[in-house]
Design a protein around this ligand. Structure first.
Ligand code: 6GU
Length: 226
């Protein structure tokens, strides 16, 4: 899968994909992440990519031409399967959306800054608008990093333990159960004895029960979702 990012501050995306699972995914050729600096398509030598908004009001708007020219040029190599704009007024990003995106071949993520991007780019090019939650970030780059991490780890072969991604919180609308490692007792707190029985059926049943209990306590809304 190839994920390309078109943004004004590519420096914000320098580190998130250079470590751990995202790094390995790229080394294995399973995920290809390309960052494009929108200023490369600026309209003048002042590297301008934003302008005042019609109708007045505080905050600049990212202009049509740099975005359109960038997208057109990137699509000379072939069409994107999805052109995503990350924005607080988009559809809330959840595990279901991550699963769907992980099946795509080539995706572009556009990151906004300031007041956002000219509506006509959204009308003409954008196929999906995604928000990562009900709060406002300074720009879309960190949201893009979150989405790419969530999607990248779902690509087959990225996580060693094939079942690991499938047993994450949210994959079945349940939160994950508690986990323990050595030592068997720490500051008077013992690991639940069932985990030491070596009986996979009992362990699974316990985990299922804990997941359900935790979800009831913390996120009962998940239990009534389809
Ligand atoms: Cl996708 N962008 C920005 N700027 N803020 C956000 C967001 C996205 N999702 C939540 N807040």
């Amino acid at each position: 899968m190839t994920i390309e990012i078109l943004c004004a501050v590519p420096e914000l995306l320098a580190s998130p994909f250079e470590h751990s699972i995202m790094k390995r995914a790229q080394e294995r050729g399973l995920l290809n992440i390309k960052t494009h600096n929108l200023r490369k398509w600026a309209i003048n030598k002042h590297a301008q990519i934003d302008d005042y908004q019609y109708g007045g009001g505080a905050g600049m708007v990212m202009m049509c031409e740099p975005l359109a020219n960038a997208i057109d040029e990137l699509q000379l190599e072939g069409k994107f399967d999805e052109i995503i704009f990350v924005t607080p007024d988009g559809k809330r990003f959840e595990q279901k959306e991550a699963n769907t995106l992980s099946l795509k071949n080539r995706v572009l993520i556009i990151c906004g800054h300031y007041k956002g991007i000219d509506q006509r780019i959204r009308d003409l090019y954008v196929t999906q608008e995604i928000s990562i939650g009900d709060y406002v970030l300074s720009g879309g780059e960190l949201a893009a990093a979150v989405i790419i991490d969530a999607v990248g780890r779902l690509i087959p072969g990225v996580i060693n333990d094939e079942t690991s991604a499938l047993t994450d919180s949210f994959q079945d609308n349940l939160l994950a159960p508690p986990v323990y490692s050595r030592p068997a007792e720490f500051r008077g707190l013992a690991v639940p004895p069932v985990l030491l029985t070596g009986d996979p059926k009992k362990v699974d049943a316990w985990r299922q029960d804990q997941a359900l209990q935790r979800t009831k306590d913390r996120r009962p809304d998940l239990l009534t979702r389809e």
